[in-house]
Design a protein. Structure first.
Ligand code: URA
Length: 181
């Protein structure tokens, strides 16, 4: 652990017990002073095994994109909407998202990033508070409490559709530029 459980002890205490399974738990990782925060959906088996978000196939795709942009993942803050792995990698349920939302909210408060990049529909729809799909949301920015929110596709989507790779790369490049502004 990287101090996540201490830093967010209050918010974690409020997660209802039925949604708080520490055997499937992965907290946020990276710099607590980051200007850019990436928010995925939920950890998978590799993430639980290594205790870090985005270290499996999708994470390797993300790392290739970050390498292209000359960005060290440790300089970002990377987390997930839901902090426990959904069984069989199913989509997170509404009650799981609601249970974990206050923890993400506490992370946003603490890290205080200039730019938040939701990765994929689940994180984008919750953070932007909309039903629009990621296809509609990407390429747009939304202002949220003085921050820029720039949704993009989930890196896993680029594993199946290579055309999404340059789009995600470009969106992250824009996010980095916006964080310097
Ligand atoms: N997919 C996510 O959304 N998050 C991870 O941490 C890994 C895969």
């Amino acid at each position: 652990m990287n101090g996540f459980e201490e830093k967010f002890a209050d918010a974690l205490d409020d997660v209802p017990d039925e949604h708080d399974d520490r055997d499937r738990f992965v907290g946020g990782h990276g710099s607590f002073d980051a200007d850019v925060m990436l928010v995925g959906e939920a950890p998978g088996a590799d993430e639980v095994a290594q205790g870090e978000p985005f270290v499996g196939q999708a994470g390797k795709q993300l790392d290739r994109i970050l390498d292209d942009l000359n960005v060290d993942r440790e300089d970002l803050y990377i987390t997930n909407l839901v902090k426990i792995r959904p069984p069989e990698n199913r989509d997170p349920y509404r009650d799981e998202i609601d249970a974990w939302w206050p923890v993400l909210d506490a992370e946003i408060d603490r890290v205080d990033p200039d730019v938040i990049v939701p990765l994929g529909s689940f994180a984008a729809q919750e953070i932007v508070d909309t039903d629009e799909t990621i296809t509609d949301l990407r390429g747009e920015t939304v202002e949220l409490d003085g921050r820029v929110v720039r949704p993009t596709f989930h890196p896993a989507a680029a594993l199946y559709d290579r055309d999404k790779l340059p789009t995600i790369t470009e969106d992250l490049r824009q996010a980095l530029i916006e964080s310097e502004g």
